[in-house]
Design a protein around this ligand. Structure first.
Ligand SMILES: Cc1ncc(COP(=O)(O)O)c(C=O)c1O
Length: 371
């Protein structure tokens, strides 16, 4: 049975008329840049994230770059992040002029370890970028006080975690709510994906929101008047229109992903070799990815492919070992937990429209491989 890793066509079939209507409204109006849909989406996403402000931008990568740029990093200023994430997280630190310092992950959640962050802080540390990987939040109840104690900016990379929540001191707190700024990606494969690139920054800091709004428009608060040099990093009105049309479905899509995850986890729990993802009991996970830890991972992936089942390895090489970061001086063995993860992880299809039969085929293929 064919089971793709993700089936966006199936999603499109269910929302086609609404999305096409939203797109056509923008086209009929011929208003493509900073149209009203951008501000509407910003208001909705700020509400969802529990923040006062949301500022759209061109991608999840730029959503990281702009707040890092707003830190006005001097050469040698350090920003701590995880080596087990998509490249953009560390690439943005580099492109903002910072020196990336890696801190290893927690073996259960795959998220950055607060202890490792603390051990990596030096007098040159200015900020940390914490990634809520695969859709579950990092240990913010430990990380926020750490950032406050050391006077560090805290950027939450919530590219994979829109709508994820964590219970802190008895209250549900949203991904992006507790940091200096939270960053989102609307890359098509995300739980809320556009029809192209897009991103957003959420913050409760009025002055920072103003600065980010400037930075996305070439650093000017009035047309043709530039207080600083910024970027062309607007969220397209067409993308905002698509995302507004899709947003009412986000909660139900994430719930369907969580139901699929629960079925997988039931099937794999207790298996002698297949290790389902560990969900921190404080988290409400949105399952942008469902990631197993397995032996003979590459062989399993080849077998799944033979049977028409999609899968992916997020991520096969930790960032501290990427050739472009060789100058940072890390070696194999520097980040053992992340390195072990890169050798064993495999993400299975988890998309909301996957049928029971399709999911049964994935489960059977995995179990048969290890039988
Ligand atoms: C953790 C993380 N950070 C940043 C990004 C960058 O987002 P974009 O692809 O929208 O630039 C992604 C996208 O895959 C991501 O997964």
């Amino acid at each position: 049975m064919n089971v793709p890793l993700l089936d966006l066509v199936a999603q499109y079939r269910g929302i086609k008329h609404v999305v096409l209507g939203a797109i056509m409204a923008v086209i009929e109006r011929q208003g493509f840049i900073m149209g009203p849909e951008v501000a509407q989406l910003e208001a909705e996403v700020a509400r969802l994230s529990g923040t006062r402000h949301a500022v759209g931008c061109a991608s999840g990568t730029d959503a990281l770059l702009l707040p890092l740029r707003a830190l006005d990093l001097a050469p040698g200023d350090e920003v701590i992040t995880t080596p087990f994430t998509f490249f953009a997280t560390a690439g943005a630190i580099h492109n903002a002029g910072g020196t990336t310092v890696f801190a290893d992950i927690d073996p259960g959640s795959f998220n950055i370890s607060p202890h490792a962050i603390e051990a990596a802080i030096t007098p040159r540390t200015r900020a940390m970028v914490v990634v809520h990987l695969f859709g579950q939040m990092a240990a913010m109840e430990d990380i926020v006080p750490l950032a406050e104690r050391h006077g560090l900016a805290l950027i939450e990379d919530a590219a994979q975690a829109i709508g994820a929540r964590r219970q802190i001191a008895g209250n549900w707190r949203m991904a992006g709510e507790l940091g200096t700024v939270g960053t989102l990606s609307f890359f098509p494969s995300k739980n809320l994906g556009g029809y192209g690139d897009g991103g957003m920054m959420v913050t409760g800091d009025d002055a920072l929101a103003e600065r980010l709004r400037r930075l996305r428009l070439h650093g000017g608060s009035r047309q043709y008047h530039h207080d600083e040099v910024g970027f062309n990093s607007r969220l397209d009105t067409l993308q905002a229109a698509v995302l507004l049309a899709k947003l009412p479905h986000l909660a139900e899509w994430s719930a369907a992903r969580a139901r699929n995850a629960a079925r997988y986890t039931e099937a794999f729990t207790g298996h002698p070799t297949v290790c389902p993802p560990q969900v921190d009991s404080l988290n409400s996970h949105i399952y942008n990815q469902y990631t197993l830890r397995v032996p003979r991972r590459d062989e399993l992936q080849a077998r799944l492919k033979e049977r028409g089942i999609g899968s992916s390895v997020y991520y096969p090489l930790a960032l501290h070992l990427q050739p472009c970061f060789a100058h940072l001086g890390y070696q194999a063995g520097s980040m053992p937990v992340s390195e072990a993860a890169t050798e064993t992880v495999i993400s299975l299809p988890i998309y909301p429209e996957m049928s029971r039969d399709q999911q049964d085929a994935v489960i059977e293929a995995v179990l048969q491989f290890y039988a």
